[in-house]
Design a protein around this ligand. Structure first.
Ligand code: PEP
Length: 318
């Protein structure tokens, strides 16, 4: 392109977007706008982002495999243990969540723990257990990737790569995850603004991978009554500002199982495209975050309350 401008091409379902880097003067912008086939040239800050709803007016539908789509008409529930602990426990939890209405299995193999003495996850063994579960039950799996060197292995065992809150600003990891081509579930950083969250999404999108799902999981505020403060305002903002689907994780936001149900329902009402939930069949023995895990009974109760709410909202459950 002229004047040292560079561009990348991003085809989509209804239009192709060109992201242009460098400074384009008024004459260049006018010439581009007059080019046959060009619908619009966006130059205002924020509007030229690949995630912007102005760029793609329709919500992106992310196909996560096994016939499950995030961002479509249907509301999606991803549920499972915070950390994969053993084949037997994972079997039990998968049965509970799959029979209860979840369409995606979550489970951490690599865990980002605040203290090095805490359980760090089963690593590669955990990935193998998740892959087995996915094979047996034909349910897509989401799991976190912590290290760019693990992206290929995680992409082989899972259908969705989760970038955790602590790694939202890890740009090399974002780029490597993007390059895998797998859908990326991008959690909002503990202290990230919506703008920074979208900036992180842009790193993935710029690799040419359009399959990005945002996830609000609470931010650090002055309020200690919950572990983090679930920011449902950010969900409404993200849905207006961008075209990417948005999930909500009330488990990590609150840190307390008794608060998960009301906030999960509120998230659906606020326009989220789905939920990410910790569920454990024996939370008292969980090796990670047991206090926030729903029991099987809690999960069934939440799903029973969610169904009429979704009907009222005109959204089927995936
Ligand atoms: C998780 O979902 O397992 C997790 C650690 O979440 P977060 O990155 O939001 O803390």
């Amino acid at each position: 392109m002229e004047n040292g401008l560079t561009h990348t091409r991003h085809p989509g379902p209804d239009r192709c977007v060109f992201a242009v880097d460098g400074h384009a003067g008024t004459a260049t912008v006018t010439r581009l706008a007059a080019t046959p086939g060009v619908i619009d040239v966006l130059t205002a800050p924020g509007d030229q982002w690949l995630s912007a709803r102005r760029v793609r007016p329709r919500t992106t539908r992310v196909d996560v495999g096994f016939g499950v789509e995030v961002g479509g008409d249907a509301f999606v529930v991803a549920a499972g243990p915070c950390a994969v602990e053993s084949q037997a426990v994972l079997n039990d939890i998968t049965s509970v969540v799959a029979l209860g209405g979840a369409s995606i299995l979550r489970g951490g193999a690599f865990k980002p723990r605040s203290h090095p003495a805490s359980f760090q996850g089963l690593g590669a063994e955990g990935l193998a257990l998740l892959a087995r579960q996915r094979e047996i039950t034909a349910i897509p799996v989401v799991t976190e990737v912590l290290d760019p060197r693990h992206v290929a292995a995680v992409a082989e065992s899972a259908d969705i790569l989760q970038i955790g809150a602590r790694n939202m600003h890890n740009f090399e990891l974002l780029k490597e995850a993007g390059r895998s081509g797998r859908p990326v579930l991008l959690k909002r950083g503990l202290a990230a603004t919506v703008d920074e969250w979208f900036g992180a999404a842009e790193y993935v999108l710029r690799t040419g991978n359009p399959h990005v799902i945002l996830c609000e999981r609470g931010i650090r505020t002055f309020e200690p009554a919950t572990r983090f403060t679930l920011d449902l305002g950010a969900v409404a903002v993200a849905k207006r500002r961008g075209h990417l689907p948005v999930l909500v994780d009330p488990s990590h936001a609150t840190g307390r199982r008794e608060l998960v149900r009301p906030l999960a329902l509120a998230a659906a009402a606020a326009g989220a495209d789905g939920l990410l939930l910790d569920v454990h069949t024996a939370p008292e023995t969980a090796r990670c975050d047991g206090a926030q895990a729903l029991t099987a009974t809690d999960f069934d109760r939440l799903m029973a309350d969610l169904r009429p709410l979704l009907r009222a909202l005109g959204r089927p459950l995936a």
